[in-house]
Design a binder for this molecule. Structure first.
Ligand code: C2E
Ligand code: CA
Ligand code: CA
Length: 716
């Protein structure tokens, strides 16, 4: 049975199921990255916007304060009217622009047309007062009239195409002091930079095209320069950090997941292997490795389902090894095991791919042959199996010989249900065994009634004892001279739930064969003794099978049963047949002596049917002989039997034995038997075997007859 590949498929399925999980994780991480990226972009834009706003504000503030001052400056127009000064101023501005460190320049235009100039760096406009003081000082030093020098109004933003400058003008006497500062000089940039936390703030000429710049407006508000800077990359950096973290975390998680997954898959695979192994073990016989009954039945069911589609049939062969018990007993269980395994292999070698052999248990096997078109294919196989079984099995130099008996049934011919097909094969097997084993038999629909019942006994008798399906009936033995009941014989019956009352004639021998006679006999003995307790003074005959009698514990069992039922031993009469005496006469004799010592009575049953050896009568201490019904039957036909019966009765009497005649059916028989001196009579003429209650009734009737009211039981 190929079970493992299916399991492996399952393992593959497990590994596939991890893929969607990975994809899901990937999706989640991807969308998280997208969201983070968008957030970072937004943050970046927001930052840039903030930087621009703040710079513009700061710039605006500076410019405004300058412009406000310019607006209040009255001496401005004057300056611009001095053309010469203007040119000079422009040269100066150009120089300033080349010298980045210069934030201011002071130009003193003297009335005599001379210009004095100074340039330098200032931190802020607010320090300009100090700067002005220095300016005044330097003017003084140069012999200017400083008294009129004051800190004048400043300033305005000038544009020279390259830079923006604040211009302050101060009249000093007849001279005019022009003070020029770079409004957004290095100091302002540093200030903005630290105040607004914007790194790399630079001033470039003209309009910068990048978005990380703002225009510095000139006098008319037109852009003259641009402030450029490195935009804040905090969000991007965070994103990068996040990305690095996410990536390494992902790699870590992936590694851990991979390790876990591999472990999981390994353990899943191990589990599946174990499961497959367990399932295989549950479905196969551990010794032979063959499929077991469950698998056989499952496969049979599948094949039956397929049947209607094909014009072929299925054969089921039930195999039962012959003499297998001997192999076990003589050569030991190891040898028995080897025979089982070898036999399985031999049969398997005979089968086609589509056929199947299963071990049902013990020495029983089943073979299924599918797609057969003629019974010949099956009988050929059956014979081949028998031949294979008959070839010797060799182990450790010992040669073992067995055989096999085979019962065959077919689907759909013998049924379409597993139970019916198996039952039919089993019935055929039963017949093959009865026909002498080491052969095969096909199921025939019309098995004989007795075969059916014998099989039933095989299958169900043990359960019947446990289920209390057995019951006893009693047949009276009457005094020959007056017809009064002297004793009763207990006869067992099987009340089968579906077959009704089954006669012991059909199941006693089967019970003996199957080793069921001992529990059955014990049950009968117990029941009979208990019933007998109801009939004081009456003897109860109980039939004892030879097998039962030969049991080691038989005498002890009888003694205990009597004791438990509180029955006087003399009221129990065991009916033994000659079979009891034939096999081990000494042991039988010993048991009989023992039984008699307890006080139990012994009757020789069916006298005249077996060896009818008079020796038995002399050697064994019987109390009674029961002349078999067959004597009476033939007595009617020939006069000879009458003489024989006569002499047997005489003989019995001469040996001091009681004599009972069985099967008395007619008045003539009764009269004859009475005439020849028979003590007791038993037969349908007086009563058929009846229930214990009916015996009660008979005894009551007798008692009443004694009082003279009702006639006695017998016809006499
Ligand atoms: P058996 O011991 O010879 O029992 C007498 C059989 O003859 C009984 O059959 C009985 O019903 C039948 N019989 C009695 N009178 C007449 C008659 O007038 N005409 C005819 N045709 N038959 C009569 P049953 O009860 O079917 O028993 C058959 C045999 O089964 C018994 O033969 C006995 O050997 C065996 N048997 C019955 N009960 C037990 C039992 O509890 N233990 C054992 N070991 N064997 C039993
Ligand atoms: Ca009997
Ligand atoms: Ca008998």
């Amino acid at each position: 049975m190929q079970i493992l590949p299916a399991r492996a498929k399952k393992a593959h399925g497990v590994s596939l199921s991890i893929v969607p999980i990975f994809l899901l994780v990937l999706c989640i991480m991807g969308s998280m990255a997208l969201v983070a990226n968008r957030a970072a972009m937004r943050q970046q834009a927001f930052e840039l916007d903030r930087e621009k706003r703040q710079l513009t504000q700061s710039l605006g503030f500076e410019a405004e304060s300058l412009l406000a001052a310019v607006a209040r400056d009255e001496g401005l127009g004057e300056l611009f009217q001095v053309q010469r000064s203007r040119e000079t101023l422009e040269r100066l501005l150009a120089a300033l622009n080349r010298r980045q460190a210069t934030d201011y320049a002071i130009l003193i235009a003297k009335s005599d047309g001379h210009l004095l100039a100074e340039a330098g760096e200032t931190e802020t406009f607010s320090r300009r007062s100090a700067f002005m003081r220095r300016l005044v000082d330097s003017a003084r030093m140069r012999g200017l009239d400083t008294t009129t020098i004051g800190i004048g109004r400043e300033a305005r933003v000038l544009q020279d195409g390259q830079g923006a400058f604040a211009l302050a003008t101060m009249p000093i006497g007849r001279s005019i002091i022009l003070a020029v500062t770079r409004p957004i000089g290095a100091g302002a940039l540093r200030r903005f930079s630290t105040m607004l936390a914007i790194p790399n703030l630079r001033l470039v000429g003209g309009e910068a095209p990048t978005e990380t710049s703002i225009a510095v407006p000139g006098l008319a508000g037109e852009p003259v320069m641009s402030l450029v800077w490195m935009p804040s990359r905090a969000a991007a950096e965070t994103l990068t950090d996040l990305a690095i973290f996410g990536l390494s975390a992902s790699i870590g998680i992936a590694i851990v997941a991979l390790v876990l997954f591999r472990r999981m898959r390994a353990s899943t695979e191990a589990l599946l292997m174990r499961e497959a192994k367990a399932s295989h073990e549950a479905r196969h016989d551990p010794l032979s490795g063959l499929p077991n009954r469950a698998v056989f039945c499952d496969t049979l069911a599948e094949n039956i389902e397929d049947l209607p589609n094909r014009d072929s049939s299925i054969a089921v062969l039930l195999l039962d090894l012959d003499k297998f018990k001997d192999v076990n007993d003589i050569y030991g269980h190891a040898a028995g095991d080897k025979v089982i395994v070898d036999f399985g292999n031999r049969v398997r070698a005979l089968l086609r791919q589509t056929d199947m052999i299963a071990r049902l248990g013990g020495d029983e096997f089943a073979v299924m042959q599918t797609g057969i078109r003629s019974h010949g294919e099956t009988t050929w196989l059956a014979q081949a199996i028998i031949d294979a079984a008959n070839r010797p099995f060799v182990m450790d130099g010992a040669t073992m010989q067995i055989g096999v008996t085979i019962g065959i049934s077919f689907a759909p011919d013998d049924g379409l249900e597993i139970a019916a097909i198996l039952r039919a094969a089993d019935t055929a097997l039963y017949r093959a065994k009865n026909e002498g084993r080491n052969r095969f038999a096909l199921y025939e629909h019309r098995m004989t009634e007795s075969e059916r019942i014998r099989k039933l006994v095989d299958d169900e008798l043990r359960g019947a004892i446990d289920r209390d399906e057995l019951t006893l009936v009693y047949q009276p033995q009457v005094h020959a001279e007056n017809g009064r009941i002297a004793s009763v014989e207990a006869l067992v019956r099987w009340r089968h739930p579906s077959y009704g009352l089954i006669s012991p004639a059909t199941f006693i021998s089967a019970a003996e064969e199957r080793g069921l006679i001992v529990p059955l006999g014990q049950w009968v003995m117990r029941r009979a003794c208990l019933d007998a307790a109801r009939w004081p003074g009456l003897r109860v005959g109980v039939n004892v099978s030879a097998i039962q009698f030969r049991q080691q514990n038989f005498v002890r069992d009888v003694a205990r049963t009597i004791e438990e039922a509180a029955l006087e031993p003399g009221r129990l009469e065991l009916e033994l047949t000659e079979g009891v005496l034939v096999e081990d006469a000494d042991q039988a004799e010993a048991a009989m002596v023992e039984l008699r010592s307890i006080g139990v009575k012994l009757a020789l049953d069916d006298f005249g049917t077996g060896y009818s050896s008079l020796i038995y009568l002399r050697r064994f201490a019987f109390d009674k002989i029961k002349i078999d019904k067959s004597f009476l039957d033939s007595m009617e036909a020939t006069g000879e039997s009458a003489i024989l019966v006569h002499s047997v009765v005489h003989l019995g009497r001469a040996l001091g034995l009681e004599v009972t005649a069985e099967g008395v059916e007619t008045e003539e028989q009764r009269r004859f038997l009475q005439a020849v001196g028979c003590h007791f009579l038993q037969g349908y003429l007086f009563s058929k075997p009846v229930s214990a209650d009916a015996i009660d009734e008979m005894l009551r009737a007798e008692a009443e007859a004694d009082r003279g009211t009702t006639p006695p039981l017998s016809a006499a």
